[in-house]
Design a protein around this ligand. Structure first.
Ligand code: 4NP
Length: 167
């Protein structure tokens, strides 16, 4: 496979997990001086938050680490996104299934934490989660601020793993 050059981070609302993934990925890609070779975006499968900035807790968590979030929420657009992006990085298994239902080929869909070294022991020989949801990035929207810190750590490791594979 030629290395993926265009990456779309996908979650449900596009105000917590996928904009954090996008911002963290951009930050690390810049540090590695590879951002100019890549196209990066994020989107949500729902439409509730279209046009909004990320959740203030997502912004604050990333700001603690010197990372800004450029995202303005938009909804996944099958007619253009499936063709335009090499990889669709789903934050959880439900997101991955929804992407398939909306016409995305399985070959373009990956679970974000399949690139997280700390999730390796939760994958079987085929690279599938040992239990349903085992490597999901948990949705922090309805929880407290510590949920955002946990998501930040997971996404940072996953972005590093992803960059290791496409560098
Ligand atoms: P996200 O979190 O998918 O990580 O952006 C959510 C944000 C909002 C909602 C669901 C998930 N919502 O139902 O409004």
């Amino acid at each position: 496979m030629t290395p993926p050059r265009s990456l779309l981070f996908v979650c449900l609302g596009n105000i917590c997990r996928s904009p954090m993934a996008e911002g963290i990925f951009i930050h690390h890609a810049k540090m590695r001086q590879v951002l100019e070779n890549l196209a990066v975006d994020s989107c949500g499968l729902g439409s509730w938050h279209v046009g909004q900035s990320p959740d203030p807790r997502a912004i604050a968590t990333c700001a603690k680490h010197g990372i800004e979030l450029p995202s303005i929420a938009r909804q996944f657009a099958p007619s253009t996104d499936i063709e335009r992006f090499d990889l669709l990085l789903a934050m959880d298994e439900t997101n991955a299934k929804t992407l398939e239902k909306r016409g995305a080929p399985r070959s373009k869909i990956r679970l974000m934490r399949s690139f997280d070294v700390a999730a390796e022991q939760l994958l079987d020989d085929q690279g599938q989660p040992t239990q349903t949801g085992a490597i999901d990035v948990p949705d922090p929207y309805y929880g407290g601020d510590d949920g955002f810190d946990q998501v930040f750590e997971m996404l940072t490791r996953a972005c590093e793993g992803l960059l290791d594979q496409i560098d």
